[in-house]
Design a protein around this ligand. Structure first.
Ligand code: PHE
Ligand code: ZN
Length: 859
């Protein structure tokens, strides 16, 4: 009856404007007749007024067509409702009614991958954050919880697996139409963003898990036909996660079935829909032939993350989207704890610190900076950020540090006791933590409202037998309004000469300034922020001798690694390798190359060359050339003196068993670091070593290590090995992604031809986000030399790409633009080039997603 052009204005919403919903929807019945271009959705809703008012029922709606509306069995005439600008307004008064809405949608035309869409022939849905309104008009907000019963009608021959949340309650074939209708019921009230349905033809891996109270849960993983052999690691990870959550938090799974569906077309990692997770196939499928150790780790942690959401997110959900960190920060923290328990806690912490320093600090210093609980949002999809997720997890971790393991658990228990079945706020979480521990966390909760990265200036003095460390905190550029944050500082005091431990403890800075005083007669130096105890920047000038002492003696391996990063940053800032810092760094690295007795996992990390972004972090104005130079000069100098030792060690290492466990992973990552260093020594011999590593590699991890190292040795070898990989793994999209990533990282003008070549291959479907991210995402993120080339070619390349992608998939485009947003941190010439791109984009028609980012960057 009514067509609606979606012209939702680019209007901001504010956290402060929250009001409870005017209506509630206690039950939702959906009947969905699947069709690629004309799917019909009939929603029968019980709608009741929430409180006393005379407002009309205003539903969020972004469907193709509203076909028919009935209230308590009576059809509405066209003048009784309006469908425009993303809202369906019903102008008939009632206290409580049965509202039936029939609408039509087009899954095939859905390239944004939000709502109901087709992924390689299978129907699937993505509703977080505001995708349900593209399936049916609804109160599409997380504080409206409803019990869903869903009937899906489809041709069972074509779609043997027809799934929705909860329990299967009926299945019937209509012999007249030949269609099958399948009905699911989810007994747990849930917000619409957790709704999911799927119809497709899959291979199914089944297993069971017996919960701690003895209930048997059926575990089901659905993958594309032919991929069954790639799903074992996902299943093992799921069982480990279920067991871990019972042991660590006393949390048990609550339905009889837990389903995971792997799809190829997905904007994010995965989605925690109640009882029916939908995953990017990248985070399900793995075997040693096609997946690296990093991929195995990714599968394990994403499976865990989505599983943990069942309690932190689903049983207790968010009141509104400004509270996203309530579920995401907490669930990331929980998956981090899980990964640390499954693998190596120090490596986990190093990787968290890397994400924070290279991505989150940059976001917090840029135009899209926001508190972990944002105050203002134009497009919610833009707030699935490293700030909300990873800084959010750091904030939870600090609470954990302040309350201790058992205090934190008490807080979690109280949180579930109070809020199970509710949609709540970050304040509710903090209150549960505070009340369970009789602790005042009101000052601490400033972490939720202040954006920006605190900068800690450290000054050490010694008077008599008192050694004092003075801390002062601020946020760059916000000195006036900045309220002091609570900052836990884990520290160790070392004797400056022997490296022996003098003392170890935790200091909590609560004011703008604070002092840690230590009584000692020894000459000492402190190791600060052990285990990355707070997400802050540290301004401290230590003499090189102290830096070296810490690298060699700190008890916490994280801090040994951390000090080495500081040294790298000093060298980058000096802009030369033969200064004092450069020589110290080279010597430290040579020591590490020669110290075979060090723990292999840590040694591999210490020998990893820091990313462009992590060195850039040290600059107020990023010096691209100095960073690029540092990243090649230092390893060249190290290898000059150690190449024989490296070759010998590589030769002696021999084969590592393929199993994924921490010892084997450590060996392989050490091998990768050594190979990479070796690639900085030139000569044909190195090429032949890499080629033979590639040829003899028993698994994908080692093949990728050889390929990454080959990037330093000219394009012929890389292209050759990539072609070889392509031949051996044709039609395997996840391997193809690795090829794209490596090709796009090549530092040379040839990279454009290489990208064109791989984009022209059959496997490259430009409507698949994984392909775009692998090829072009790698170019903008992992190829700083070409992306930031002074010719401006890299920026222009991104500009064209953004225009293309934005028209089809705004979420994807909005992620690709991120590196441009920090343009103000570069030199004058680059600022002009990057700003030019943003200005030109701003004068074109943009999605809401890109609009918000482009305009905030130019504001
Ligand atoms: N909620 C998902 C997660 O973190 C992420 C996601 C957000 C997926 C939005 C799809 C869309 O686990
Ligand atoms: Zn999540």
């Amino acid at each position: 009856m009514t067509d609606s052009v979606s012209t939702t204005a680019n209007q901001a919403k504010y956290r402060a404007d929250y009001t409870p919903p005017a209506f509630l929807i206690p039950t939702t019945n959906l009947e969905v007749k699947l069709d690629p271009e004309q799917t019909q959705v009939k929603a029968s809703l019980v709608v009741e007024k929430n409180g006393v008012h005379n407002n009309s029922l205003e539903l969020d709606a972004e469907v193709e067509k509203v076909v028919q509306i009935e209230i308590d069995g009576e059809g509405l005439s066209p003048d009784e409702f309006v469908y425009e600008n993303g809202k369906l307004t019903i102008n008939r008064a009632f206290e409580k009614a049965q509202v039936v809405i029939v609408s039509e949608i087009n899954p095939k035309a859905n390239t944004a991958l939000e709502g109901l869409y087709l992924s390689a022939g299978a129907y699937c849905t993505q509703c977080e954050a505001e995708g349900f309104r593209r399936i049916s008009p609804f109160l599409d907000r997380p504080d409206v919880l409803s019990i869903y019963t869903v009937t899906i009608i489809a041709d069972e021959e074509q779609y043997p697996h027809i799934l929705a949340n909860g329990n299967l309650i009926a299945k019937q074939k209509d012999h007249k139409t030949g269609l099958t209708s399948v009905t699911w019921n989810d007994p747990f009230p849930k917000p619409s963003y957790l709704f999911a349905m799927v119809a497709g033809n899959f291979d199914l891996l089944k297993d069971t898990y017996t919960t701690i109270s003895g209930r048997e849960v059926s575990l089901e993983i659905y993958v594309d036909k032919g991929n069954l052999h790639l799903s074992d690691h996902a299943m093992e990870s799921l069982k480990k996660s279920m067991q871990w959550d019972e042991a660590k938090y006393g949390l048990e799974y609550d339905l009889d079935t837990y389903m995971i569906v792997a799809v190829d077309f997905f904007n994010m990692g995965a989605m925690e829909n109640k009882g029916l997770n939908i995953f990017n196939s990248k985070y399900v499928l793995a075997d040693e032939k096609t997946a690296t150790d990093t991929d195995y780790h990714g599968v394990e942690s994403v499976i865990a993350h989505e599983y943990f959401h069942n309690w932190t997110g689903n049983r207790v959900t968010c009141r509104d989207w400004f509270q996203l960190s309530l579920k995401e920060g907490l669930t990331v923290f929980r998956d981090q704890q899980f990964s640390a328990d499954m693998g190596n806690p120090v490596l986990e912490r190093i990787s968290h610190a890397r994400v924070m320093r290279t991505m989150q600090f940059a976001e917090d210093a840029g135009p899209m900076s926001h508190p972990i609980r944002p105050d203002k949002v134009i497009e919610m999809n833009n707030f699935y950020t490293v700030t909300v997720y990873d800084k959010g997890a750091e904030v939870i971790r600090m609470m954990h540090s302040l309350l201790g393991e058992s205090g934190f658990r008490k807080g979690m228990d109280l949180y579930f006791k109070r809020h199970d079945g509710q949609a709540v706020t970050c304040d509710d979480f903090v209150s549960a933590m505070a009340d369970a521990n009789n602790k005042d966390l009101s000052k601490f909760s400033r972490w939720y409202s202040q954006s920006g990265t605190p900068e800690l200036t450290i000054q050490e003095t010694k008077t008599g037998s008192v050694y004092t460390v003075e801390f002062s905190q601020r946020i760059y550029g916000r000195d006036d309004a900045y309220k002091a944050l609570t900052i836990p500082v884990k520290y160790e005091v070392l004797n400056k000469h022997t490296g022996q431990q003098v003392e170890r403890g935790v200091f909590v800075l609560e004011e703008h300034k604070g002092k840690l005083e230590i009584k000692t007669d020894q000459d000492v130096v402190t190791v600060l922020f052990e285990d990355f105890s707070s997400p802050v920047k540290v301004k401290r000038s230590l003499p090189l001798s102290d830096i070296k002492l810490i690298i060699n003696n700190a008890s916490d391996a994280f801090c040994r690694w951390d000090m080495l990063q500081t040294l790298w940053q000093m060298v980058a800032k000096e802009g030369k390798a033969d200064g004092e810092a450069g020589r110290t760094l080279v010597n430290c690295l040579i020591d590490i190359v020669l110290k075979q007795e060090l723990d292999p996992a840590i040694r591999a990390e210490l020998l990893t060359i820091p990313s462009f972004q992590s060195l850039a972090e040290a600059f107020d104005e990023i010096n691209v050339d100095a960073i690029l130079k540092t990243r090649t000069l230092i390893p060249s100098l190290v290898t000059e003196q150690t190449q024989q030792a490296i070759r010998n060690e590589l030769a002696e290492m021999g084969p590592v068993n393929n199993d994924y466990n921490k010892e084997n992973v450590a060996q392989r990552s050490l091998k990768a670091s050594l190979l990479n260093l070796l690639s900085f020594s030139d000569g044909e011999e190195v090429k032949s070593i890499l080629r033979s590593v590639y040829d003899n590699a028993p698994n994908m991890t080692e093949r990728v290590s050889a390929l990454n190292a080959s990037l330093n040795l000219g394009d012929a070898l890389v292209q050759d090995l990539l072609n070889q990989m392509h031949k051996s793994f044709s039609q395997q999209p996840l391997v193809f992604d690795k090829i794209c990533q490596i090709a796009a990282s090549y530092n040379g003008d040839e990279v454009y031809q290489m990208m064109e070549y791989w984009a022209s291959q059959e496997e490259f479907d430009p409507s698949n986000p994984n392909r775009i991210r692998s090829l072009y995402g790698a170019f903008v993120m992992r190829n700083p030399a070409q992306f930031h080339a002074l010719s401006g070619k890299g920026y222009l390349f991104l500009e064209r790409l953004l225009t293309d992608v934005d028209a089809k998939n705004p979420q994807l485009a909005a992620r690709l633009i991120d590196p441009l947003l920090s343009y103000q941190r570069y030199d004058e010439q680059r600022v002009a080039l990057m700003k030019g791109v943003l200005l030109r984009l701003s004068s074109t028609e943009l999605s809401k997603d890109l609009y918000e980012k482009v305009h905030s960057a130019l504001a």
